[in-house]
Design a protein around this ligand. Structure first.
Ligand code: AHR
Length: 822
């Protein structure tokens, strides 16, 4: 039976109040049409317009260094576009009317286009929003727009759904210059597929400069979508990191994140095409983010660009002037948030309705940048900013202290399979206590069991590890936060929504349970339990080695095997049973190999076994100087491919344990693609060149042995993790015990305390079928449920259900329960 020993007499480390927070990035159309509840898509007609530093390449937009974004004339991803009938001006349609973009006579200098409409009598135009406009019966929706006409024109304004008029208004555009018109629309019926129609009975010509349609009922009256903000508030976030993420970096000089672009009246904000495939109005701008922080009672954590674009998207370095400009932009942002109301930017804040400074506490300089260029820029930003704002907590997005630079906190990001999180519950145990604080700024299970309870359990195990190390880990936020289900560019996300509903994945409820039960001190505790050997270690053998390597007699479990899936390169059969690895003639295969620095390699699976967790792989290989030898085991794809059109036999999914011999060194590693790590220290090996050697990898599912010509070269225990993770915390006279059971069976845990507790206790639990998920239709299948339980004692057995996150709140007592009974 598993055991948990808890010492309550001496306190361990203090808990970090700041630990659980949020990271918002405008991804998956989570800003416009989401948290920022603009109901009209392409309200300023910019969606099909792109900046000069990008070039159109087919359906994509390429940056100066050739990285291409899926664009489709401003509709974004191909699969988004397929949901709606194509139109020249995204989201806008015309009936007995002609529409075109007017590029000169715009509302103001920041607007790139107006919509020129020529109505026939009875003609109309309409906007379909984000896959339909969602409205509630009898609720108020505020419509305003700027329009210009040469002659007075009466416009009919309706919200319609399935041919029914939900509400109707009339507004008259007077002849003359652009003027603003406002009205409130109150639909008689609810609908999720409504459209906003503007019609003209008499016909005529009109220029529309900008429109907006929003619900008037918003979170704390500050303009953001109520149900989504309430979901955030329920997590008790200590901070909010914004606005990104990769969008802060941008993918060209003009698309890099800038504060100055996202303040002031929304119709004067130019907006930006972001690297998730769509134009953002930045109506959800700097002020709105800060106001949200205040409304959530969360500290603001602003991320600024550090003078370079996204390094994962063929990075473009800013030149001297541009770096200065971005540094100035960051300083202006700080003045906007923190400066007095009579300062240049503080006065704009006051004009926007917030004379008092906002509580901006953290500044993160850059996102996912690394290397010399980034460090130089970081240091320049840090120095200048800290001189002016010495109390700001400075976050670096890599470990810049290794380059001798100052920082308060380093941001680390983890996207991996569930088992990685379970295996790394002790990740922070060995961190230098004198080093910088750690911000786990982005983490998520992104492979295999995404969105499931199983993923939540694995992440919760990692969170337990973070909680045990709160003297080092100061902040943590899951990523990404939101997804409009009709526009996913990244999966999974913490909260998914459409126009009317939302749901959160089980991870959300695990975070909520932990954030609501932080305690004041971590207590010293020790757990004893069984291990689980990583279930993804399954399947047959593979070869990952240089091209031009000859081999023969490949056998798996004693049976001959031959090439099955050629991920990179290929295998050619020669005479006498000898095969040789070669470069593939398939261009896509070769291109992928090149991208991962494996251009001269072949990665080929052998045989058809996709399920064995034990076995022996034998093969004879001709060893030659300058040729890399590589054997692998457990070469089955991890989970399904994200996009069902893709073959799962790809570098991301197939991650065998790999034995590589290069020169005189033998290495045993896990993974192939982005994240590879050593399972054992590299060891010396001596093999004569020009002759065949017999290699063997064999495992019983727990231990792996590698032999060359019968000699044992390496022996390692396979990746595994504890079946439960536990922590105990003190909260006044209560002891909080958190137990995560990732096993698919109930685990009795003997809890051994050194003090008496009441028999009756409060218990929160998140549990169910490990593969279960929440959905829009069943949003609360997996949520935390709280109840009063009995049976706690100084020593007692708590039965943690299969696949569960448990929080027990035990009350210390001098002896006996609250009724004095023992
Ligand atoms: O969370 C999605 C992206 O992942 C973020 O934009 C980026 O920081 C990371 O690569």
């Amino acid at each position: 039976m598993a055991k948990l020993h808890i010492e309550t007499k001496t306190r361990g480390i203090e808990t970090a109040d700041s630990l659980y927070g949020l990271f918002f990035e405008d991804i998956n159309r989570s800003g416009d049409g989401g948290l920022y509840p603009e109901l009209l898509r392409n309200r300023s007609f910019d969606d099909g317009i792109y900046p000069d530093d990008l070039t159109l390449q087919g359906e994509g937009l390429a940056n100066a260094n050739g990285w291409t974004l899926e664009y489709h004339g401003g509709e974004g991803q191909k699969r988004w576009k397929e949901r709606e009938a194509p139109t020249e001006i995204p989201a806008w349609y015309a009936e007995r009317a002609h529409m075109e973009l007017e590029r000169k006579n715009t509302l103001n200098a920041k607007r790139q286009a107006a919509l020129a409409v020529s109505f026939e009598p009875g003609g109309r135009i309409y906007n379909i929003g984000y896959c339909g406009i969602s409205v509630n019966a009898q609720a108020d929706y505020h419509l305003y727009f700027f329009a210009k006409a040469k002659e007075r024109m009466e416009l009919g304004i309706t919200l319609e759904s399935g041919g029914r008029v939900l509400c109707a208004e009339k507004l008259a555009v007077e002849a003359g210059d652009y003027a603003r018109l406002d009205c409130v629309l109150i639909p008689e019926e609810s609908a999720t597929d409504a459209r906003l129609c503007l019609s003209s009975a008499a016909g005529g010509e009109l220029l529309l400069g900008f429109l907006s349609l929003m619900p008037t009922d918003t979170y704390r009256g500050h303009g953001l979508r109520r149900d989504l903000c309430e979901k955030l508030k329920a997590l008790h976030p200590a901070f909010l990191r914004f606005p990104g993420g990769c969008i802060v970096e941008g993918f060209s000089k003009s698309t890099a994140g800038r504060f100055k672009r996202m303040v002031g009246p929304v119709w004067e904000r130019p907006g930006v095409i972001n690297l998730w495939g769509y134009h953002s109005t930045e109506g959800l701008g700097f002020h709105e983010y800060l106001q949200l922080c205040e409304d959530l009672e969360a500290d603001a954590l602003y991320v600024c660009n550090v003078g370079m674009t996204c390094q994962a998207r063929n990075c473009i370095l800013m030149d001297e002037d541009e770096i200065e400009d971005l540094l100035d932009d960051a300083l202006c942002a700080l003045e906007y948030a923190l400066g007095p109301k009579d300062s240049e930017w503080g006065s704009l804040r006051a004009k926007m309705g917030h004379p008092e400074p906002f509580g901006l506490k953290y500044l993160e300089i850059g996102n996912e940048n690394n290397g010399k260029d980034s460090e130089e820029r970081y240091e320049r930003f840090r120095k200048r900013i800290s001189e002016r704002y010495p109390d700001l907590v400075i976050i670096a997005n890599t470990h810049v202290e290794e380059a001798g630079l100052a920082l308060d906190i380093a941001d680390e990001h983890f996207y991996d399979k569930p088992e990685w999180f379970a295996e790394n519950a002790h990740f922070y145990d060995t961190y230098d206590r004198k080093g910088p604080g750690i911000f786990v700024g982005e983490y998520a299970v992104v492979a295999g069991a995404i969105r499931t309870l199983y993923a939540a359990l694995a992440e919760a195990m990692f969170l337990v590890g973070m909680e045990r190390n709160q003297d080092v880990v100061k902040l943590a936020s899951y990523a990404p936060l939101f997804e409009n289900v009709n526009y996913a560019a990244w999966e999974p996300n913490l909260i998914a929504f459409n126009g009317s509903k939302n749901y959160a994945i089980p991870t959300y409820y695990a975070i909520k349970m932990f954030a609501e039960n932080k305690g004041k001190y971590v207590l010293n505790s020790r757990q004893e339990c069984e291990s689980i050997y990583a279930p993804y270690l399954k399947g047959g053998p593979c070869l990952v080695m240089s091209r031009g390597v000859s081999f023969c007699n490949a056998r798996w479990k004693g049976e001959p095997v031959s090439a099955e899936h050629e991920l990179f390169g290929c295998v050619k059969e020669l005479e006498n049973g000898v095969s040789v690895t070669d470069i593939s003639e398939d261009a896509a295969n070769a291109e992928q190999a090149g991208r991962f620095g494996l251009a001269d390699m072949a990665f080929v699976t052998l045989g058809t076994d996709e399920s064995s967790r034990a076995g022996s792989f034998e093969v004879e290989i001709l060893v030659e100087e300058d040729k890399k030898i590589g054997l692998g085991m457990f070469a089955t794809p991890y989970g399904k491919a994200r996009n069902s059109e893709d073959s799962p036999w790809n570098l991301f999914a197939v991650q065998p344990i790999r034995w590589t011999i290069e020169g005189k060194e033998s290495r045993l590693t896990a993974g192939v693609g982005f994240r590879t790590y050593n399972l054992a220290e590299p060891a010396p090996i001596e093999l004569a060149c020009g002759v065949y050697h017999a290699f063997q990898m064999e495992s019983d599912g727990k231990v792996l042995r590698c032999k060359a010509d019968g000699e044992l070269i390496a022996e390692v225990e396979l990746p595994h993790y504890d079946e439960i993770q536990t922590i105990a915390l003190e909260d006044g006279d209560e002891i909080i015990v958190k137990i995560v059971n990732i096993a698919d069976e109930e685990k009795p845990v003997e809890i051994c305390l050194d003090c008496e507790v009441c028999g009756s206790y409060e218990r929160g639990i998140l549990c169910g079928d490990a593969s279960a998920v929440n959905t829009l239709e069943e949003p609360e299948k997996l949520i935390d449920r709280w109840s009063r339980e009995s049976g706690a004692a100084k020593h007692f057995v708590y039965k943690a259900p299969a696949s569960s996150v448990n929080v027990l709140r035990l009350k210390k007592t001098a002896g006996g329960d609250e009724n004095g009974k023992i």
